[in-house]
Design a protein around this ligand. Structure first.
Ligand code: DC
Length: 225
């Protein structure tokens, strides 16, 4: 039997960290769908293919092989057999991915793969369109919200820790632009599913968000069993 938890939320909402933690605590298979769009973007950039070159994109999609594996509790992402877990988190990909994720042909390829992954397992899947498009009938739907300013502040802090020197204003602008592209695209725009439960992480610690989401899932599970 499958049990599906859908978590949608913007970049910087803490979604990745929180989902990983909840998956570990509740023994759910964690699927990071953003990583899949990042892989397609990397493959396109490596082959100098623009988001407008649909024939070339189709060529890439025909050959692409994306694998998500868990090793020692960490998610490893393979693109065409190569470990790209770090490369897909670079700012080059950060800045390009929203444009590729808006391409219909790319979403038409990725969405069925995600549905297949949820077939026989108890999973927690995170992304932008999981509760609306990929699994509109998910058992639990969570919309993890966070203010733009707080998301920019978190990203700015992460950058400083990594030695990346970009001003807070620039980070805020790039987060705003990505948000605009993701929410205004025609296919599978990033919106809250009507029946999703909102958790606003703006003033919460990671532990508080994890606690709150575990409570929501346990409550739903009790009603299903
Ligand atoms: O969550 P993330 O930052 O790794 O996502 C990378 C990009 O992929 C981001 O621009 C949104 C897009 N995305 C999407 O369109 N649909 C998903 N289900 C997941 C991510």
């Amino acid at each position: 039997m499958s049990f599906i938890v859908a978590i949608d939320g913007p970049a910087g909402s803490g979604k990745g960290t929180v989902t990983k933690e909840v998956a570990k605590k509740l023994n759910l298979v964690n699927i990071d769908t953003g990583a899949m769009y990042r892989c397609v973007t990397l493959d396109c950039l490596n082959n100098n293919v623009e988001p407008t070159e649909i024939d070339k994109i189709n060529n890439i999609l025909d050959k692409i092989n994306i694998e998500l594996k868990i090793e020692n509790g960490n998610q490893i992402i393979f693109l065409n057999g190569e470990d790209v877990s770090e490369e897909i988190r670079s700012s080059k990909i950060d800045n390009a991915v929203a444009k590729y994720a808006a391409v219909k042909e790319i979403r038409d390829k990725i969405t069925p793969i995600q549905r297949e992954m949820g077939k026989n397992d108890e999973i927690i899947m995170e992304g932008r369109d999981i509760g609306t498009v990929v699994f509109p009938d998910a058992d639990v739907k969570i919309f993890l919200d966070c203010s733009l300013e707080e998301r920019a502040r978190r990203r700015y802090k992460q950058n400083i820790e990594k030695g990346i020197n970009i001003s807070y204003e620039e980070v805020l602008e790039s987060i705003k632009e990505r948000h605009r592209l993701e929410t205004q695209r025609t296919i599978a725009p990033f919106v809250k599913a009507e029946d999703a439960i909102v958790v606003d992480s703006t003033n919460m610690t990671i532990e508080e968000v994890v606690f709150s989401i575990i409570n929501i899932i346990n409550e739903k599970r009790k009603n299903i069993l």
